[in-house]
Design a protein around this ligand. Structure first.
Ligand SMILES: NCc1[nH]cc(CCC(=O)O)c1CC(=O)O
Length: 332
């Protein structure tokens, strides 16, 4: 589209900016509570809220507190909550068996949340890193992160989460073929309505640092994730990954991280027109919080502006640690 602009002074583009009423009237994009998915960190124990130093305002929560968060999400109108487990180093193994234990922390939390706050959709993370002694998202065999053997584990993990009542499965591991394997397993187990929101274009990013502290993966991880997560220099590959995941049965797709990858969000939405999400990751959250705490930016304004940017880029929603804070502002 080529905008028609008359010459000055026939056209004065400031006319539609002159009052709040006109600005509201011509605004193209807006952020709503409906757009938010709230990622939370869970851990074992009772009555625990353990602050995460690199993510001010975010804490690891025991199941009872996660349930309270889900009720808060329900009250605020946040449509979905996404669970990330902090796993005790003692349960991490090379075979990652805890990942598909029907009574692991994630699965117990899903049940508790579905029981207490049924209107909130529960999204999960499917990747082996919280359970892997090597800290990687896939099995490590002779130093290689192996693809096909990992798929079998991801399928078991998916089915255990679906059994527990998960509404949205979020494969975040970037193995090839996982969406197809998971979709086929869900269909044959009768879980026709369990949705997959695939982390389709997930980059090997420095912005995940605080998250890895939050889930206790930093210590275990040796090396980097560059053989499975994407090279930040690539964009066409993101479209191939999205197309592949859609053809394998993903219902929704995600780009991650967020702000540094808005071009990818825009290309994905304009190319495929499917439900598209971005993950405003831990490092993005930490940077905004840190600057706000120093008085260098207005934290509230910058949080809202950064989230609106995702909408403008074409995203339908955003995973963000700001979710409850921003929902309160939007509901005011
Ligand atoms: N499967 C791992 C996973 N799932 C979500 C995040 C990052 C989220 C964030 O930084 O907020 C990561 C980190 C990683 O790939 O190392």
């Amino acid at each position: 589209m080529k905008p028609t602009v008359a010459t000055f002074p026939t056209a004065r583009l400031r006319r539609t900016r002159q009052s709040q009423a006109l600005r509201n009237l011509v605004r193209q994009n807006s952020l709503a509570v409906d757009d938010l998915i709230w990622p939370i960190f869970i851990r074992d124990g009772e009555d625990i809220l353990e602050p995460i130093a690199s993510m001010p305002g975010v804490a690891r929560q025991s199941v009872d507190n996660a349930v309270k968060s889900a009720k808060l999400a329900q009250d605020l109108g946040i449509p979905a909550i996404c669970l990330f487990p902090y796993t005790d180093p003692a349960v991490k193994t090379a075979d990652c068996a805890e990942a598909w234990n029907p009574n692991n922390l994630t699965n117990r939390t899903i049940r508790a949340i579905k029981d207490a706050a049924p209107d909130v959709a529960v999204m999960t993370d499917v990747a082996l890193d919280p359970y892997n002694i090597h800290g990687h998202d896939g099995f490590v065999v002779d130093g290689e992160i192996v693809n096909d053997a990992t798929l079998e584990a991801l399928v078991k993990m998916t089915l255990a989460q679906a059994d527990a009542g998960a509404d949205i499965i979020g494969p975040s591991d970037m193995m090839d073929g996982r969406v197809g394997a998971m979709r086929a397993a869900l269909e044959s187990a009768g879980y026709h309505n369990v949705a997959i929101l695939s982390y389709s274009a997930k980059y090997a990013s420095g912005f995940y640092g605080p998250f890895r502290d939050a889930v206790g993966a930093s210590g275990a991880l040796k090396g980097d994730k560059k053989t499975y997560q994407m090279d930040p220099g690539n964009s066409d590959e993101a479209l191939r990954l999205v197309e592949r995941d859609l053809s394998e049965g993903a219902d929704m797709v995600m780009i991650k991280p967020g702000i540094s990858y808005l071009d990818i969000c825009h290309r994905v939405k304009t190319t495929f027109g499917v439900p598209t999400f971005a993950y405003q990751v831990s490092g993005e959250y930490a940077m905004i919080k840190a600057a706000a705490e120093n008085g260098w930016v207005n934290g509230e304004q910058v949080a809202l502006e950064s989230l609106l940017a995702f909408k403008r880029a074409g995203c339908d929603g955003i995973l963000t640690y700001f979710a409850p804070e921003v929902a309160k502002i939007l509901n005011d």
